[in-house]
Design a protein around this ligand. Structure first.
Ligand SMILES: [Zn+2]
Length: 168
């Protein structure tokens, strides 16, 4: 069976929400320090350079080896942690210190941890590119690195309660 690599980064945001249909205290406005993790997977990684292998020029017929030394595509990474962290932070920034119920995305659905996870998942997926089979790294525009797919987003309200979202 083929192996799968994955990386996970964590971020957070502070926000208020209320769950009108909830029978308990969650129906009232309250806040959380939400903790969010995003996990990205790749079934294969671009081959790292051999120690004595010249970085330039790139070798034709070897996709994933763009021939730029020090690039994520050559270093055996699913994606540079910092690149995924930047994407996650930019998505979470849109939610930080907001009344989640007032956001357009939650006019017809309550901002539960589950639906927040789906919203964040879709925003990250869009940021990664419309084609999940390949993407470019923000740190080196135009360079294709490992074919990746967003595996899961988890939204944690407290240390005991978390919800996740993924897609087949
Ligand atoms: Zn809550």
């Amino acid at each position: 069976m083929a192996g799968v690599f994955d990386i996970t980064v964590t971020g957070g945001f502070c926000a208020a929400h209320r769950l009108p249909a909830h029978a308990g205290a969650c129906a009232h406005v309250h806040g959380h320090n939400f903790a969010v993790t995003a996990t990205l997977a790749a079934s294969e990684l671009p081959e790292p350079l051999e120690p004595n292998e010249p970085a330039e020029p790139s070798k034709p017929g070897k996709p994933g080896k763009p021939g730029k030394p020090g690039a994520a595509g050559e270093s055996g990474m699913v994606m540079d942690f910092l690149d995924l962290k930047a994407i996650l932070d930019s998505v979470l920034c849109e939610l930080d210190h907001k009344d989640l119920n007032a956001l357009p995305e939650f006019q017809n659905a309550p901002p539960t941890a589950e639906l927040l996870a789906r919203h964040i998942f879709r925003r990250i997926k869009a940021a990664l590119g419309a084609t999940p089979a390949s993407h470019t790294t923000p740190g080196a525009p135009g360079m294709t690195i490992a074919p990746v797919r967003l595996l899961r987003v988890e939204v944690r309200e407290t240390k005991d309660f978390a919800a996740g979202y993924s897609e087949d």
